[in-house]
Design a protein around this ligand. Structure first.
Ligand SMILES: O=P(O)(O)OC[C@H]1O[C@H](OP(=O)(O)OP(=O)(O)O)[C@H](O)[C@@H]1O
Ligand code: HPA
Length: 187
């Protein structure tokens, strides 16, 4: 495990970061996502799961924009665990909180990076008998290292190939609470 960061270091990370998407950009993206998701799922009484922890902020901000009957749930699967590179094994820290057999499932997550997390989560939902599984992410990171053929159904924003934080995404456990999306200096 890397050494914990101090308060001063964490403030410096933010002070030196590049703002990639403003709070207003994020809000526009969430409104577009809500409209597209409503068009597709308004009549399907879906279960909408957030992938903890990263999906928490997106879910909280998106759910109140969805004006149709849905159930809300969560699951916690983690691959990075406070580091800036992902481990090969996805660790399940909490299984899905609502049964999904025969249901339309929508998975919400903050970022589609190499794609291992969502690919495995989707596979797991299918194995648990979901009728259909759709995915929505706030951010798709653009690079050619995706480890999956999975196509994300709803994408809010695209970002360049840098380590990003804010809107649910952490830098070594911190700054998920930042309202915009930032790239760490040098990463
Ligand atoms: O596309 P991938 O390369 O698999 O990365 C994306 C995943 O990584 C992050 O989760 P993380 O493992 O950091 O867990 P956390 O949300 O609990 O921080 C993020 O929230 C996504 O779930
Ligand atoms: O760029 C990232 N930032 C935060 N969390 C992440 N998980 C995968 N990629 C990222």
């Amino acid at each position: 495990m890397t050494q914990p960061l101090t308060l001063e270091e964490l403030k410096q990370v933010m002070a030196e970061a590049d703002l990639l998407k403003s709070e207003a950009d994020v809000e526009d993206a969430l409104n577009r996502l809500a409209s597209d998701i409503t068009d597709r799922l308004a009549d399907s009484m879906p279960v909408v799961y957030s992938i903890m922890n990263g999906g928490l902020v997106m879910a909280g901000r998106l759910l109140t924009k969805l004006n149709f009957p849905l159930e809300q749930g969560y699951m916690h699967a983690t691959r990075y665990r406070g580091e800036t590179t992902g481990s090969t094994d996805l660790q399940w820290q909490a299984p899905p909180s609502v049964p999904m057999e025969g249901r339309t499932v929508l998975i919400l997550d903050d970022i589609f990076d190499e794609g291992n997390t969502l690919a495995e989560v989707v596979k797991s939902c299918e194995a648990q008998g979901a009728k259909e599984v759709l995915t929505a992410v706030l951010v798709n990171k653009i690079h050619d290292r995706k480890n999956t053929e999975l196509k994300i159904d709803f994408i809010g924003l695209e970002v360049e190939d840098r380590y990003v934080f804010g809107c649910g995404m952490d830098y070594r456990g911190y700054w998920r609470n930042a309202a915009g999306i930032y790239a760490v200096k040098g990463l």
